[in-house]
Design a protein around this ligand. Structure first.
Ligand code: PMP
Length: 392
């Protein structure tokens, strides 16, 4: 069989970090060990019943058996607009300021293709979500990392970013609540970001994937609540986390109409929008009771508090996340992210995500998901404690 050579564009793609991780975990599992997987970010709870019922009804509607409108059904875009008004008091024009997406990931990758040419610069958080890199690479653009340090609450310190890169940049990715650090943004930081983007004429893409998940009563901000944000940026929202709909592949972008128009134009060439039944279910999720969201956040908060307590008991000193469903934990002395990941996997049979998978500045940390029941979290910590790596 002839094996065709891949294009240079594909050859130059960054290595898919999670694909490699899954391989390592599978190897240990195939040796007969029962591995507790805390490495991935797949929500463990089911989609709420009222959303499923809405989809079930929609499946039977012959309207949805036809091609969907290229740019999505108006009812879904109106639901997105209603959601932003209700949750954030932000006005969004459903016609010109919403683009329907096959999940957040698709939009995050498409936006680079929409705004970047070969050799252009995009600023990315480091550590940060690796999908930003994929889109930048597909656009043959360059990325400049903005380090996120614990001493700065994992917000980039713009005074430390090279002035030339800021002046040249076309795009900046941000993500709060943050994957992987669990940090949340402040209104002042978002205002500073708007000013910087105006001065340097770049577009800000804020990834609000974990927007619903803030702890201790704190509601994470939408970037679009910042004065002037819509002039210079967009926000990408996904239903994957807020409504446990990761498998449904549905999200949307909102904000600056010129960027929304670019996304819509690219998508006219790539797809013919989502199945109408998925759009219907998503609209139901966005506009009906949000009780399930409240319950979900409290489930994650209980797991977070439980995990932090357990970690402290074995002498693992770590900060509790302020949002998202991840905890970002410092590795003990004498280890790197990667060597600690290996020890936990091979000796405790616990899989975590090594911080360096999220960029150079992820060194010194591992990421743990709050996506298992408390008993499983307790067992994972017990196994790690038995290794005796932490000073009590
Ligand atoms: N952004 C971040 C930071 C994420 O962690 C994820 C999911 N892992 C996404 C975006 C994309 O989610 P989806 O494609 O399911 O909408």
């Amino acid at each position: 069989m002839k094996s065709f050579k891949q294009s240079k564009t594909l050859e130059n793609l960054p290595q898919q970090f999670f694909a490699k991780l899954v391989k390592d975990v599978n190897k240990v599992t195939s040796e007969g060990h029962d591995v507790i997987n805390l490495a991935q970010g797949n929500p463990d709870q089911p989609t709420p019943g009222h959303i499923i019922e809405s989809a079930q009804e929609a499946v039977e509607n012959p309207l949805f058996h036809k091609y969907s409108p290229f740019r999505g059904y108006p009812f879904f875009k109106e639901a997105a607009s209603e959601f932003y008004k209700r949750e954030y008091n932000v006005d969004i024009d459903p016609e010109t300021e919403v683009a329907v997406l096959f999940g957040g990931k698709a939009g995050l990758i498409e936006v680079s293709q929409c705004l970047l040419d070969e050799g252009d610069i995009a600023l990315v958080p480091d550590p940060g979500y690796p999908d930003y890199w994929s889109g930048i690479s597909l656009a043959k653009a360059e990325m400049v990392p903005m380090p996120l340090h614990e001493k700065n609450d994992f917000l980039p310190d713009y005074s430390l970013v090279d002035k030339g890169s800021l002046a040249e940049a076309k795009l900046m990715f941000l993500n709060y609540p943050n994957n992987p650090t669990g940090a949340i943004a402040t209104a002042d930081f978002f205002s500073e970001t708007v000013e910087l983007a105006k001065d340097n004429e770049f577009c800000v893409v804020h990834d609000l994937a974990y927007g619903a998940i803030g702890f201790e009563g704190e509601k994470p901000l939408s970037f679009l609540q910042t004065e002037g944000a819509k002039d210079i940026g967009i926000e990408i929202y996904t239903l994957s986390k807020t409504y446990n709909m990761a498998g449904w592949r549905v999200g949307f972008a909102v904000g600056n109409p010129s960027v929304i128009a670019a996304l819509n134009l690219l998508q006219d060439h790539l797809h013919c929008s989502l199945f109408g039944g998925v759009q219907k279910a998503a609209a139901t999720a966005l506009t009906s009771s949000q009780e399930s969201v409240k319950n979900l956040v409290s489930l994650y908060e209980n797991r977070r508090n439980f995990l932090m307590e357990q970690l402290h008991e074995i002498g693992w000193a770590a900060q509790a996340p302020k949002g998202s469903f991840f905890a970002w934990l410092p590795v003990p002395e004498g280890f790197t992210s990667e060597s600690f990941f290996k020890v936990l996997l091979e000796e405790a049979h616990v899989a975590v995500a090594p911080g360096t998978g999220f960029g150079e500045y992820g060194e010194g940390y591992v990421r743990v998901g709050l996506l298992q029941d408390e008993e499983v979290l307790a067992e994972a910590v017990r196994r790690i404690g038995e290794l005796g790596l932490f000073k009590q």
